[in-house]
Design a protein around this ligand. Structure first.
Ligand code: PRP
Ligand code: URA
Length: 209
């Protein structure tokens, strides 16, 4: 079974509460998602290796640690995953960004792929897949299949709100891929929405409701 890491830092939980609120409009939704992604990136990148270097300060020589060979690839699932990219890029500006376009068919809830453009050297990169919602799990599982097909070996999934059903489906498809989330909610409703969730993340982010 892959790990599920629920990031319960007070700032993450506070901002998630604001994001969930139905009165939060697209401008604030975008800003909150951006801030949440930056805060969550702190945990999602915790495993990155570091090495010791010496740095000359104005006063002496400090032994410091720097991240070695930081080769990250951020892969947002369109559309809502786009809202999670910039917060992480501000911390790791050298990360490459790939894009996977998927939407859920309204009737079957199955993911339909319409775009895939990934960095060519995925086998050498630490991959972080970005999508705020893990509902049935179909979109994230399909995205990771596409990413593996291009050679990626080290993959993490970063979402904001996960349903137990989605975690189960994703686990079965990719037991070695850890899931980082800010919350595990109750269930899915009959339309495949996470309850209580936050509604349609893409529509709230881009104001297309
Ligand atoms: C949403 C969300 C995920 C997907 C999750 O995208 O951003 O990608 O649903 O659902 P699942 O776990 O059941 O697959 P949506 O299909 O609404 O596409 P959009 O972002 O383009 O609106
Ligand atoms: N996609 C969303 O944007 N929200 C949900 O609750 C489920 C899927």
């Amino acid at each position: 079974m892959s790990e599920v890491l629920v990031l319960d830092h007070p700032l993450i939980q506070h901002k998630l509460a604001l994001l969930r609120d139905k009165r939060t409009g697209p401008k604030d939704f975008r800003e909150l998602l951006d801030e949440l992604s930056m805060l969550m990136a702190y945990e999602v990148t915790r495993h990155l290796p570091t090495e010791e270097v010496e740095v000359e300060t104005p006063v002496g020589v400090a032994r410091c640690r720097v991240v070695t060979g930081l080769h990250l690839a951020l892969i947002p699932i369109l559309r809502a995953g786009l809202g999670m990219v910039n917060g992480i890029l501000r911390l790791v500006p050298t990360a490459k960004v790939g894009h996977i376009g998927l939407y859920r068919d309204h009737d079957t809830l199955q993911p339909v792929a319409y775009y895939c453009k990934l960095p060519p050297d995925l086998a050498q990169r630490e991959v972080i897949v970005l999508d705020p919602m893990l509902a049935t799990g179909g979109s994230a599982a399909e995205a990771v299949h596409l990413i593996r097909r291009q050679g990626a070996r080290s993959i993490r999934l970063m979402c904001l709100v996960a349903a137990p059903e989605g975690i189960e489906v994703f686990h079965r498809a990719h037991p070695d891929v850890p899931i980082y989330t800010a919350a595990v909610d109750q269930c899915l409703n009959e339309k495949g929405y996470i309850v209580p969730g936050l509604g349609d993340a893409g529509d709230r982010l881009f104001g297309t409701r």
